[in-house]
Ligand binder design. Structure first.
Ligand code: ARG
Length: 278
C-alpha cells in the first residue's frame, strides 16, 4: 500500500513537472535584464511632448521622429546593453502606468523622483536636475502683466499635464485653482494660446522651449516653490527588476562622468529651437 502511494505521488509530481516545464526551445528568463539580453530588444516608454527632453521632429518618421536629451540617453543605454531600442510613445500618465504594470522595460520621460512614485516603481540614479530646479506657469503674452505673484493665479483656470509634479504644484500652491488637465502638453499650450485656460503649469526649461516656439506664450514671472521630495529626473523600471536597475545605473554613472547628458541637453535645446518643436 505504502509503495502504491509512493508510486502515485511520483507520478503526480512527474506530471506536474511536465506541465510546468518549458516547451522545447522556449527560453525561460529569470528577470527583465536576462530577457532583454536574450531577445536583443529593450522597450522604452516616453511622452514626447516635452522639449528639450523628448519631442517629435515632424520631418522624420518611425523611431527616428523621437528626439531630445532623454532619447539620447535611452539610445545610449540600449547601445551599451548591446540591444535594439524600441521607443513607444505614450501619454505621461500611461508612461508611469506601463512601468508599474511591467508592460515596458524602462521609462525615460523627464520623470521626477518622488517618494510616492517610488512606492510603485524603481528609480535609477538621478541623471539631471535642470528640469526640477524651476517650475512655473506658461501664460498668454497679452496677460503676462497680470501675474506678478503666484497668488495672482488664485481662482484661475490652470492647465497641467495629468499626473505630473507641476500638476501637484498648481494644486498645492494656487488657492482654488480650477484645474484643466491634459494628457498631452501640446494641448495644454494650445489652451493657453486660445485663452481656454489662464495658465499652464510646466517646468521652466520646457516652458521656455514652448515660448520660443510660440510667439504668443511666455513664462509668467512668479515661479512655484520647488523642492520637497522631487529633486531630479531619473529613469524608472518595474519594481523588483534589480538586475536591470543596477545595469542602467552603471551606464548612467558613465554618462554623468563623461558629461554626456548636459551635452545632449544643450544640443536638444538648440534642435528644438531650430525646428520650433512643440
Ligand atoms: N518632471 C515632471 C514629472 O515628473 C514632468 C514630466 C513630464 N514629462 C513629459 N515627457 N511630458 O511629473
Amino acid at each position: 500500500m505504502k509503495k502504491l502511494i509512493k508510486l502515485a505521488l511520483v507520478a503526480i509530481i512527474g506530471l506536474s513537472l511536465v506541465g510546468c516545464a518549458p516547451k522545447e526551445d522556449e527560453v525561460v528568463y529569470n528577470n527583465a535584464l536576462e530577457e532583454i539580453i536574450g531577445t536583443g530588444k529593450i522597450t522604452m516608454v516616453t511622452s514626447p511632448d516635452y522639449a528639450p527632453y523628448e519631442f517629435i521632429d515632424p520631418s522624420k518618421s518611425g523611431q527616428e521622429q523621437y528626439v531630445g536629451a532623454d532619447i539620447e540617453l535611452g539610445k545610449y543605454i540600449a547601445e551599451k546593453l548591446g540591444v535594439e531600442l524600441k521607443i513607444e510613445a505614450l501619454d505621461f500618465d500611461s508612461v508611469l502606468a506601463s512601468i508599474n504594470t511591467g508592460k515596458a522595460d524602462f521609462a525615460i520621460s523627464g520623470i521626477s523622483y518622488t517618494d510616492e512614485r517610488a512606492e510603485t516603481m524603481d528609480f535609477t540614479t538621478i541623471y539631471s536636475n535642470s528640469e526640477n530646479s524651476c517650475s512655473g506657469i506658461l501664460v498668454n503674452k497679452e496677460n503676462a502683466d497680470l501675474y506678478q505673484t503666484i497668488a495672482d493665479f488664485n481662482g484661475k483656470k490652470i492647465g497641467a499635464q495629468n499626473g505630473t509634479v507641476q500638476m501637484a504644484h498648481a494644486e498645492d500652491q494656487i488657492t482654488d485653482a480650477v484645474m484643466e488637465l491634459v494628457s498631452n502638453i501640446n494641448d495644454g499650450v494650445l489652451n493657453v494660446k486660445t485663452n481656454k485656460v489662464d495658465g499652464f503649469a510646466i517646468a521652466c526649461s520646457s516652458g521656455e522651449a514652448f515660448a520660443q516656439a510660440n510667439d504668443d506664450v511666455i513664462m509668467a514671472t512668479p515661479k512655484f516653490i520647488v523642492g520637497g521630495d522631487s529633486d531630479g529626473n531619473a529613469a524608472t523600471v518595474t519594481k523588483g527588476e534589480v538586475e536591470l536597475l543596477e545595469k542602467i545605473n552603471e551606464i548612467i554613472a558613465e554618462v554623468l562622468e563623461l558629461g554626456l547628458y548636459s551635452k545632449w541637453e544643450q544640443e536638444a535645446t538648440e534642435y528644438a529651437l531650430a525646428i520650433g518643436a512643440e
